[in-house]
Design a protein around this ligand. Structure first.
Ligand SMILES: *Cc1c(COP(=O)(O)O)cnc(C)c1O
Length: 405
């Protein structure tokens, strides 16, 4: 199927279908017991989250607690350096707790409260999702159990401290390689035991239905705000929109505002050290169709069909797959997916810091690097990039490994 302009009228209502499919991607591949829990969440989502009470409470939280709307900034000096194209960023770094992740965590935790759950459960790799969820749990007075590999706990001490200060329980996972994959398994197992009292909160547009849809819908505030702000600011739509893609939640957030417009859309994956398997995490570019963690998408697998080892300088992007909706948008040609390597990313990190006074997350620096490249290719027009988070968490790592440029 190739997309045509009519496909995107009412896109958010048409996709996914009632079984959680975006074309052939998505779905829910879980045990019958877990499927019961997924059905409960789906049903609650469609009744509670579409109610005016829920919507107005979430709106109030977005404004009074998260500090939304976040602004769009025009990057005048960076634009001038690379030609005539005007570059803009949507400032999710200014969202409370410093990244876009709180947008879906507040939605998920509010849903937990309305469903009468006492606890939220999740896994975390680098700790970013754990911190965002611990923030939301503290706000709503929910218990919060975060499963984390023992290796990651050692590596990510500041985020572990943040979670604990916020009142979350960080549960050490000592199976296997003691990293994200084992933490996912442990969190799912805990959820199977506790689903009567708890809700599982996924960290991106991943996992079985309804999570990719729910997380996209909660993140769509980014795209809705950005479209209106951009038109108010410039009188027209941007020519291109760019976002980095790990699981793909910040990207789905900003893309959802522009899918129905004559705007080129680009998702940027991490090429890491190069195209060899194990050196990157560019699943949409180099992966194949398969099922893992409960959903069908494009993913990087080893010869046994297990999730392949992946690498990126940005720990928030090193996941062996991407959300099913990205696989779908790639398959119909609506969104183009391309890659940026570590070196280009670090250059962009310093460019934005030096020329604009904004220190970006290494994840977001992938989008900035691609926006700069695109601007040089386009020659004229405008590019809007999603600055998914701030770079404070990355500064020690950058100084240690790359020095001051
Ligand atoms: C987690 C994270 C990402 C990657 O997650 P997506 O679901 O792909 O958006 C990107 N940027 C920042 C700042 C993050 O913390």
């Amino acid at each position: 199927m190739k997309y045509n302009e009519f496909e995107f009228d009412n896109y958010m209502k048409k996709y996914p279908d009632e079984n959680g499919f975006y074309g052939r991607f998505g779905g829910s591949y879980v045990t019958p017991e877990l499927q019961n829990a997924m059905n409960e969440i789906t049903q609650a989502y469609f009744t509670i989250c579409k109610s005016s009470k829920f919507i107005s409470e979430l709106r109030r939280i977005r404004k009074d607690f998260q500090g939304r709307p976040t602004p769009i900034s025009h990057l005048e000096r960076l634009s001038a350096k690379y030609g005539n194209v005007q570059l803009y960023v949507k400032r999710e770094d200014l969202n409370h707790s410093g990244a876009h992740k709180l947008n879906h965590c507040m939605g998920e935790a509010l849903l937990a409260k309305y469903m009468g759950k006492k606890k939220v459960i999740a896994e975390t790799g680098a700790g970013q999702h754990g911190v965002a969820l611990a923030t939301a749990a503290a706000y709503f007075g929910l218990e919060c159990d975060i499963y984390m590999g023992a290796v990651d706990i050692k590596k990510q001490a500041p985020n572990v401290a943040r979670m604990k200060i916020l009142g979350a329980r960080v549960i050490e996972v000592t199976e296997g390689l003691q990293t994200l994959k084992e933490a996912v398994d442990a969190a799912f197992a805990a959820y199977c035991r506790e689903y009567k009292d708890a809700i599982y909160c996924i960290g991106s547009v991943l996992g079985p239905h309804p999570f990719p849809m729910m997380v996209r819908d909660f993140q769509s505030v980014v795209g809705i705000e950005a479209r209106e702000q951009f038109v108010n600011m410039t009188g027209e739509l941007p020519d291109a929109v760019v976002a980095c893609v790990g699981g793909g939640s910040n990207a789905m957030g900003i893309f959802s505002g522009f899918l129905n417009d004559p705007v080129e859309i680009y998702g940027v994956e991490p090429l890491g050290k190069g195209p060899k398997l194990g050196d990157h995490a560019a699943s949409l570019k180099y992966g194949t169709e398969g099922i893992m963690h409960g959903f069908n998408s494009i993913m990087l697998m080893d010869e046994n069909g297990e999730p392949a080892p992946v690498y990126s300088v940005a720990s928030g992007l090193d996941y062996p797959s991407s959300g099913p909706e990205h696989a779908f948008l790639q398959s119909i040609g609506r969104v183009k997916y391309d890659v940026i390597n570590d070196e280009e990313t670090i250059d962009a990190f310093f460019e934005l810091s030096r020329l604009e006074g904004i220190i970006p997350a290494i994840e977001s620096s992938h989008a900035v690097a691609y926006g700069i490249k695109l601007a040089q290719k386009m020659g004229k027009g405008s590019v809007l990039m999603c600055l998914s988070g701030r770079g404070d968490k990355d500064m020690d790592y950058i100084i240690e490994n790359y020095g001051i440029r």
